[in-house]
Ligand binder design. Structure first.
Ligand code: NAD
Ligand code: IPM
Ligand code: MN
Length: 353
């Protein structure tokens, strides 16, 4: 029997609630498909920061390095500035483990309250391939002249040839296994100086994939297309910031943030990858037990796929679809009254009927 060692970081807010449900469901899948999930829990969070002055211990990255994969709830909570929680945990993990692909598959699920719920599942089937290690998310810059009339903030974007090439190539390879279409999110109309560089590399890589249909689209127009003509979109490749924004939009058009999973992937598999929901810690509904756990459970299916447990991943996905289709157990974001735990348990039961 294969046993996988998983680092579990529930984090803050609803991260803690949805993580518990994902573990419940994944454990049932493990039992049914006869593999082991050995969880090690880390209390790394804003609460820990307030007690110790650190989101994670100094050797946090070394502690995580030995695990097969990481499942993260979410970090960030009022009372601790976001730059502390994010640069103290999330971003260092993505970078230290070279998780340069942020994969965000988007599908229309039954039972959604989305404005596009009457579209067919085929029309709303996309994946966002977000650059996850550089771009606009750079540490270069800061605030100057605080409190003076000339106060300003400045941040430099960093796009490296290696960084752009590898994410674009990943997107083309993925498109080959899907519909053979890839669109690059850009803003090259002379405004953002890094984007013509991105476009040039996109065009170069496109030449290596003559069977893939490629096009580039300005990020603003692409956002509109995602709502009005989602059937024209399959694989989207975008920079760190563009991919971030498009992934919340894509989540919204398919069913909301409660339904959208995400994988921070280290394609070479030399380090653990990290799976999480697209959403954050949702302080506005934290502690109420009403967060939708589906996004985190689907992040769990991405982890199972990455571990090579494709059959188990499919079974969990099917269980999610079955439960959502009945509409009997739905959290408030889906128009129901169920709690996080009730929806998680219904999905777990459906995995092992
Ligand atoms: P958010 O995703 O936490 O919440 C946005 C809105 O969506 C809120 O109204 C929330 O209630 C709702 N929502 C999100 N997930 C939901 C779910 N599962 N079920 C039902 N409703 C859900 O984004 P935000 O408010 O911009 O950020 C809150 C905090 O989370 C910030 O500190 C931010 O930095 C952090 N954050 C962390 C991560 C991460 O750890 N990966 C990701 C995004 C945001
Ligand atoms: C996400 C989040 C993070 C990001 C934030 C919290 C830094 O929004 O995972 O999408 O922008 O990467
Ligand atoms: Mn985001």
């Amino acid at each position: 029997m294969n046993t996988y060692r998983i680092a579990s970081i529930p984090g803050d807010g609803i991260g803690v609630d949805v993580q518990a449900e994902a573990r419940k469901v994944l454990d049932r899948a493990a039992r049914r498909f006869e593999f082991g999930l050995e969880w090690t829990e880390f209390d790394w969070s804003c609460e820990r920061y307030l007690e110790t002055g650190r989101m994670m211990p100094e050797d946090g990255i070394e502690q995580l390095a030995g695990f097969d994969q990481i499942l993260l709830g979410a970090v960030g909570f009022p009372g601790v500035p976001d730059h502390v929680s994010l640069w103290g945990l999330l971003i260092p993990v993505r970078r230290a483990f070279s998780q340069y692909v942020n994969l965000r598959p988007v599908r229309l699920l039954p039972g959604t309250t989305s404005v596009l719920r009457d579209r067919t599942a085929d029309e709303l089937e996309m994946v966002i391939v977000r650059e996850n290690s550089e771009g606009e998310y750079s540490e270069l810059g800061g605030r100057q002249n605080r409190g003076l009339p000339g106060e300003f903030a400045l941040q430099e974007s960093v796009f490296t040839r290696v960084g752009v090439e590898r994410i674009v190539r990943y997107a083309f390879e993925l498109a080959q296994t899907r519909t053979g279409r890839v669109v690059s999110a850009t803003k090259s109309n002379g405004i953002i100086h890094t984007m013509p560089f991105w476009d040039e590399i996109f065009a170069e890589v496109a030449e290596e994939f003559p069977t893939v249909h490629s096009e580039q689209c300005h990020i603003d127009a692409l956002a509109a297309r995602m709502v009005q003509q989602p059937e024209r979109i399959d694989v989207v490749v975008g920079s760190n910031l563009f991919g971030d924004i498009l992934s919340d939009l894509a989540a919204a058009v398919t069913g909301g943030l409660g339904m959208a999973p995400s994988g921070n992937i280290n394609p070479a598999r030399e380090h653990p990858s990290m799976f999480e929901a697209v959403h954050g810690s949702a302080p506005d509904i934290a502690g109420q037990g009403i967060a939708n756990p589906v996004a985190q459970i689907l992040a769990g299916t991405m982890m199972l796929e990455h571990l090579g447990e494709a059959e188990a991943a499919r079974a969990v996905y099917t269980a999610v679809e079955q439960v959502l289709a009945t509409g009997e157990v739905a959290t408030p974001d889906l128009g129901g009254k169920a709690t996080t735990a009730e929806l998680g348990s219904a999905i777990a039961d459906a995995v092992q009927a």
